[in-house]
Design a protein around this ligand. Structure first.
Ligand SMILES: Cc1cc2nc3c(=O)[nH]c(=O)nc-3n(C[C@H](O)[C@H](O)[C@H](O)COP(=O)(O)O)c2cc1C
Length: 727
């Protein structure tokens, strides 16, 4: 049933994602809504993350008659919400919201997760959003969808198709047939068909100027001509939780960070140290990187004059978000697999303009600079190293040139790769072989075939390749001279696929490639990085000093840190923070011969670090620093060198269990007797295993798993139990 009257309401589609799958599910749904139910794009609004849509806008949906919400929500961390819904979720939880807030709203929700996280955590974020909306009087139109990473033949995408076919589409069909869902006639919109809708108009407005283009690609965002346009474009990537800085370097997180004018330009930092910290002959290249933060891109420099250590504009456990650039060799390769018409204007100025019929929300999320060169755009704004999603392959299929001998074949192949039935093929071709945009465009050469005119135009190039920033755990740098500095511990992602194709990680490789430059005057600008700083999970580090500190017990709350690999970065930050506080409060070097026992608490149990790596000689990150702290009784370290064992392998969870007795005594003593805090950082599987170990140890003492989990939840609420995990 279509309508031209204003009783028709668009369907609002929103997602909460960490790594993009929820967004890909939404894109697939939008396409299928059109092809299966005839729901045209002019009936859909939003199409962005919750926080980009805005918490206030989201709440107002509840008051609009007949509003229909379609949501895709992924779970991250320890059963937590993703960052792209953080502000909205905080507002949704507000106790002051009347229980009728969403009384006019109907919704459907697809929750993404991984069953391996256990029944409590599985799809917890999506379940919580649905439960809260129910509480606020929103009505679900069908059962909650569950997408499991581990589902056969396509993971969450296989589950999505089953949910769409079995639940959502039949319900929507019935609603349309019964008149409960009135749709706008396609003719009500200036856009008639989604194939005709172009987000942008892109015009080449100036030919390349030879002298100017010397090395222009690498530094184009710093080039005066384009700088402001790039600055505006980067601003859109600002994480919603990024700190806003003001003149006197006070940090502030704006509650309206979803709004464009509250987003900030990235800070600019200069890499001053970039050292390998794994043995030269070790397979893993891990870097210790120091970045001196200079100013924000707008030029309002945060200065540190007179600030004491605790007044630094960031806090232990904060996270840096880096905007990487692509290497020029890869950009050249990308250009070489595009049709000549596009390639030939690579170094001239282009003007990218948003088209009128796109909503304000889309305009506020403009991922491209208005004026730039294509080469610069591909270098600094596009994630051409990412793996195309199924929907991207479907979109690409329409550009295969039928005049090419394989054109039709290519088209069909790309379509079948995008279907659920082609999940195994997609898994083999894209995921296992890590084929990125460049690889796919290279293989499907009918897309660049010229005969009869290549179909792919500059405007079509947006796909979904706008780059998104990468989160990196950071440390506060202990030495600060001019401005402030932060440190990163970065494992460079590189390897080869089952067929021997080399691959690298975009952000880690970018950071590795930066040569530090100590002298500002001789720098060519390639050592300058763009970043934001925002809070991580460890924002409640206990820093209270005891009333009468002894040489070994400064803090009222002891902390147990558990981490593996680069998980050490945020933990090191916490340890150094407590060290700095201790020194500020008068601690001097502590004699190594001092007694180590006070009551039943070891001298160095203020800080206990359980750290896992493969080998003491090869990848014991910051090992010398730890040994120094151990010598002076400021840290107890329990290492798990997995490959150094005579028999089997030793991982952090076992090291933790075996410390202090053999069956979790250390855990019980630390949490129950010493009222200690626990922070876990590193890969999500490791974090899960450590948490399970803690639950088991507490269960054995407290008598039931329920009581143990209840206690951990209480610690979590008070900031004394926290996990910072990534895949
Ligand atoms: C660090 C991390 C933590 C995760 N925690 C959970 C969890 O607690 N529960 C769950 O069901 N899935 C969890 N997952 C799995 C994700 O929800 C799943 O991979 C999802 O498909 C990712 O979707 P996205 O790309 O939209 O972020 C976690 C994944 C990562 C990387």
């Amino acid at each position: 049933m279509t309508s031209t009257t204003n009783d028709a309401r668009p369907i609002t589609i929103l997602w909460a994602t960490q790594s993009g799958r929820a967004k890909a599910c939404a894109r697939r749904t939008i396409r299928l809504l059109h092809s299966s139910l005839g729901i045209t794009p002019n009936n859909i609004q939003g199409q962005c993350s919750f926080d980009d849509f805005g918490a206030d806008g989201f709440l107002s949906l509840g008051q609009q008659q007949n509003s229909l919400l379609l949501m895709f929500v992924s779970t991250t961390g320890d059963a937590e919400q993703c960052t792209s819904i953080a502000s909205t979720w905080a507002k949704l939880l507000s106790k002051s919201l009347p229980h009728t807030t969403f009384q006019h709203c109907q919704f459907a929700l697809f929750a993404l997760g991984d069953r391996a996280y256990g029944p409590d955590a599985y799809c917890a974020a999506g379940r919580k959003v649905a439960a809260r909306l129910n509480q606020l009087s929103a009505i679900p139109i069908c059962t909650l969808g569950y997408g499991d990473d581990g589902s056969l033949n396509g993971g969450v995408f296989a589950d999505l198709d089953v949910w769409l076919e079995g639940q959502l589409f039949p319900t929507l069909k019935a609603m349309i047939g019964g008149g409960q869902l009135k749709l706008l006639d396609a003719s009500c919109s200036s856009a008639l068909d989604d194939k005709e809708i172009k987000m942008y108009t892109v015009k080449a407005i100036r030919q390349a100027d030879a002298a100017e283009n010397e090395n222009v690609a690498l530094h184009e965002w710093q080039n005066e001509r384009y700088q402001q346009h790039y600055a505006n474009c980067f601003k859109h990537s600002c994480p919603t939780t990024a700190y806003q800085y003001n003149g006197d370097i006070k940090r502030r997180i704006t509650s309206n960070a979803n709004q464009l004018d509250c987003k900030t330009h990235p800070l600019l930092g200069r890499v001053s140290v970039n050292n390998r910290i794994t043995a030269d002959d070790w397979m893993q290249n891990t870097r210790h990187i120091r970045i001196n933060v200079l100013s924000s891109m707008k030029g309002d420099a945060p200065t540190l004059s007179g600030a004491s250590v605790t007044e630094l504009p960031y806090q232990a456990g904060d996270v840096a978000t880096i905007l990487p650039s692509n290497p020029s060799s890869l950009v050249s390769r990308f250009l070489s697999v595009l049709p000549t018409a596009i390639r030939s204007i690579a170094d001239g100025t282009i003007h990218i303009q948003y088209n009128q019929h796109h909503t304000q929300t889309s305009m506020n999320n403009h991922p491209w600079p208005q004026y730039c060169t294509l080469r610069g755009l591909l270098t600094h704004c596009a994630d051409i190293q990412s793996l195309p999603e199924r929907e991207d392959l479907f979109a690409l299929s329409s550009f295969c040139n039928p005049n090419h001998e394989d054109g039709n074949d290519h088209r069909e192949k790309l379509i079948s790769l995008s279907e659920t039935s082609g999940a195994a093929l997609y898994g083999d071709y894209i995921i296992r072989e890590k084929r990125n945009w460049v690889d796919v465009l290279y293989d499907f050469d009918s897309i660049r075939f010229e005969e009869g005119g290549a179909k792919l135009t500059l405007e079509d190039l947006h796909f979904s390749i706008a780059s998104s920033p990468s989160f990196i755990q950071m440390n506060r740098s202990p030495t600060v001279s001019n401005g402030f500095a932060l440190e990163l511990c970065v494992a460079v992602v590189e390897g080869s696929t089952p067929f021997g194709r080399p691959y690298t990680g975009c952000c880690s490789k970018y950071l590795e490639s930066i040569s530090p430059c100590s002298d500002q005057t001789t720098s060519d600008g390639s050592d300058i990085v763009r970043l934001w700083i925002h809070p991580g999970s460890f924002s409640n580090l206990p820093l209270d000093i005891r009333e009468n500190p002894s040489p070994h017990h400064y803090f009222t709350t002891p902390v147990l840190y558990v981490g593996a690999g680069t998980g050490i970065a945020p933990l090191r930050s916490l340890i150094l923070e407590r060290e700095a506080i201790m020194m500020q409060n008068g601690a001097t070097s502590i004699s190594s011969s001092a007694t180590t026992v006070e009551g039943n608490r070891d001298g160095n149990d203020d800080n206990i670090l359980v750290f896992g790596c493969r080998s003491k000689a090869k990848d014991y990150y910051y090992g010398e620093e730890w040994e120094e702290f151990v010598k002076t009784k400021r840290l107890r370290i329990i290492p798990a060198f997995s490959r150094d064992q005579k028999v089997g392998k030793l991982y952090v969870q076992r090291a933790l269990r075996e410390a202090g007795g053999g069956s979790g005594e250390l855990i019980v003593q630390h949490i129950l007797e010493h009222n200690g805090a626990v922070y876990i950082a590193g890969g999500s599987k490791m974090a899960r295993a450590v948490k399970d170990e803690i639950v088991e140890a507490l269960t054995n003492t407290l008598g039931s798993e329920k009581t143990a989990k209840k206690l951990l939840n209480k610690l979590k609420r008070t900031g004394k139990f926290s996990i910072e995990a990534w895949s």
